[in-house]
Write a protein of this length. Structure first.
Lengths: 127, 107
């Protein structure tokens, strides 16, 4: 059973960097059949996909345009975890942040879905 | 970006009722549509993937269907534990996008 355990501060000052970590158990961050995402949820923006990292003979990243200039998602293979860094945060970045796996059904043009989700981390941007 | 429009945004229903939630995509998704259930203070939970496939462990009263760019989540007989917010999500292309949610409340 795959489990994702998130950690990181719940309060970040404006203009600073938001940093979260997601520890993976029951799967590998280097898996050739999964991807690892960060998704956030706020009352104003709803559920918003931020980006992903995945390994297919080499590492790939994709990011949402809305945060592309500020976001970095990195895998840590030695600890089997992934991290999120979001720079220059503003109060608009206040949200619950989730670490989420993309699972695939293995077909040539595979269907994919988000499962499981981490427990979520409420990050408040405030001085 | 692919826009996902859910309706209704909220509904009141009684235990035993049949509940239907609709999600409309701004373009064809070729069945790349998933449904999630979220309870207060918890992360979303996968219910249905690829439009109509029930995730393991999810009760059979949940079902999904599609017609063109319209997708439907049906709860055949609402149970007390089903009161929650439901989201659709397209997995056809990046950026992955979600509907705004449908809150199912007790009547």
């Amino acid at each position: 059973q795959v489990q994702l355990q998130q950690s990181g501060p719940g309060l970040v000052e404006p203009s600073q960097t938001l940093s979260l970590t997601c520890a993976i158990s029951g799967d590998s961050v280097s898996s050739n059949s999964a991807a690892w995402n960060w998704i956030r949820q706020s009352p104003s923006r709803g559920l918003e996909w931020l980006g992903r990292t995945y390994y297919r003979s080499k590492w790939y990243n994709d990011y949402a345009v809305s945060v592309k200039s500020r976001i970095t998602i990195n895998p840590d293979t030695s600890r089997n975890q992934l991290s999120l860094q979001l720079n220059s945060v503003t109060p608009e970045d206040t949200a619950v942040y989730y670490c989420v796996r993309t699972d695939y059904d293995g077909k040539p043009r595979p269907f994919n879905w988000f499962d499981p989700w981490g427990q979520g981390t409420l990050v408040t941007v405030s001085s | 970006d692919i826009q996902m429009t859910q309706s209704p945004s909220s509904l009141s229903a009684s235990v035993g009722d049949r509940v239907i939630i609709t999600c409309r995509a701004s373009q064809s998704l070729s069945s790349y549509l998933n449904w999630y259930q979220q309870k207060p203070g918890k992360a979303p939970k996968l219910l249905i993937y690829a439009s109509s496939n029930l995730q393991s462990g999810v009760p059979s009263r949940f079902s999904g269907s599609e017609s063109g760019t319209d997708f439907t989540l049906t709860i055949s007989s609402l149970q007390p534990e089903d009161f929650a917010t439901y989201y659709c999500q397209q997995s056809y292309g990046l950026p992955y996008t979600f509907g705004q949610g449908t809150k199912v409340e007790i009547k």
